[in-house]
Design a protein around this ligand. Sequence first.
Ligand code: NAP
Length: 537
Amino acid sequence: MGDQSLLDRASAAAAEHANVTVSINPATLEKLGHVDNTDLTRLPAMFAAARSAQALWAQQSFAERASHIKKMRDYIVANAEELASIVARDNGKSRVDALATEVLPCALACNWYMKNAAKVLKPKSLGVSSILFFNKRSQVMHVPMGVVGIISPWNYPLSIPFGELVMGLMAGNAIMLKVAAQTPLVGKAIEAIVAAGELPVGLFHHVVGSGGAVSTAFFKHRIDKLFFTGSVATGKQLMAQAAENLTPLSLELGGNDPMIVLADADLERAANGAAWAGYQNAGQSCGGVARIYVDRRVHDQFVTLLAEKTRKMRHGVDTDFELEMGAMTTHNQLKVVERHVQDALDKGARIAAQSSAKGPTPGYFFPATLLTNVHDDMLTMKEETFGPVMAVVPFDSEEEAIRKANNSDLGLTSSVWTRNQAKGKAIAARLETGVTAINDHLYTHGLSETPWGGWKLSGIGRTHVAHGLAEMTHTKVINWDILPAKRNLWWFPFSKHTHQALLAALRFAFPRSLGEYVGSSLKLTPYLLKKMFTSWK
Ligand code: NAP
């Protein structure tokens, strides 16, 4: 099927229903169904309902909130196969992929937040930093933001928004969710999971419509926080919109991840890991392997191994689970990948290996592709290709590998492959990315206990675990006196005595000798007690 006819078919289906979002299976191009768009004039009522429900929800204990999340987890476990199928059909990935990287992480997320949110978010007493503040005590607490908006992409249409939804709810917020237009049936599946949780009415709203219109409406109605996952371009637009009212924003954006393979690496493991983390989800992973830097001494051996794995891979329509890679999700993304690969070939790159089609491939397919002879001026090295394409480059020194890996505007995740853990950790510490795995890549997104987020244009803020929970709340300090003092040392009135007492306080806190410690204490104590416990007359 030609490119234009693919486009025609998709846009005709969409045009048929102006007020609906149509779902098309990207692997088969079958129309799967449609979801009614939300009438955005209903948003004021939705926000009002969310605000009322949230006020009560915030009063509930963590254990009460967790009981709703547990019901969602049980629903996910009971309906795992159906959920994986919905994701696979809506997004184009295989059902094995959907089960491993979408359904399983959702159940794990429920479990982690149910069990740990209280520990992370409960009020905590802070220590006294200096004896000068002996009468002061502080507590830090996390107050829910209010109504949190989540806008999510199509590449992990279930696990990304659902994980954030659980974080937001456990932190005491109401949620307004907008999933990507390409995966509306997954949005409906999230509705079903949330319904199983039997949340208070009004606490959760699924808003269906185009990203720009929905986000504008969110800002207009003063959403209290926006969690956005998607492209750098959209992230920048949202940041500009958020600036008007300084709406708190978390941005989880693109990546162009480097993988560094040292000479002592287990090359079989490295090749297997690269194949999974580069081609999984048809390469449409923000934290997938894109650029591979390999020590020249093992470069050819590594390329041979990875080429073998690439050739063994089968891409196609998932009929019997027997394939490694499904379709790309959108026609636009397919065109980006084709353009990047053509650009690389035009500039001298070589295709070392590609995957083979299994059966007919009517949809948006691109084979898993391994490129060699690449250089830094190629688009695939400079920009996010976001497809099943990896490029291998040799290096002569670890310094060169680190420099090349860091030579990107994006800094989401990275990896170092070596048998020497100490060396791996030392290199990892120098890579400018939010996550660096040693002898692994990408999978920590599904790990409930590690924070996720990028440096540079890959985003702002962190999602997941304690960091993600904290981003769903305002950090608030409560500070008080333990003895009923009338005044602090630094309050009015001021005098020469105040000046001397403050100097004595400084020297008492940071004495240069024992004599200074004793002397300053003797000067400070009577003045301090007098100032604290007598009235200003
Ligand atoms: P996208 O075009 O930015 O869309 C993401 C979401 O934003 C969709 O729900 C979309 O809605 C909405 N949107 C689009 N334009 C908007 C606008 N002007 N204002 C407000 N919302 C808007 O990104 P994508 O192509 O779906 O996702 C792929 C990108 O996400 C890649 O760059 C990938 O690396 C990144 N990503 C990052 C992470 C991470 O954790 N850092 C994870 C996954 C993906 P519509 O669908 O209705 O347009």
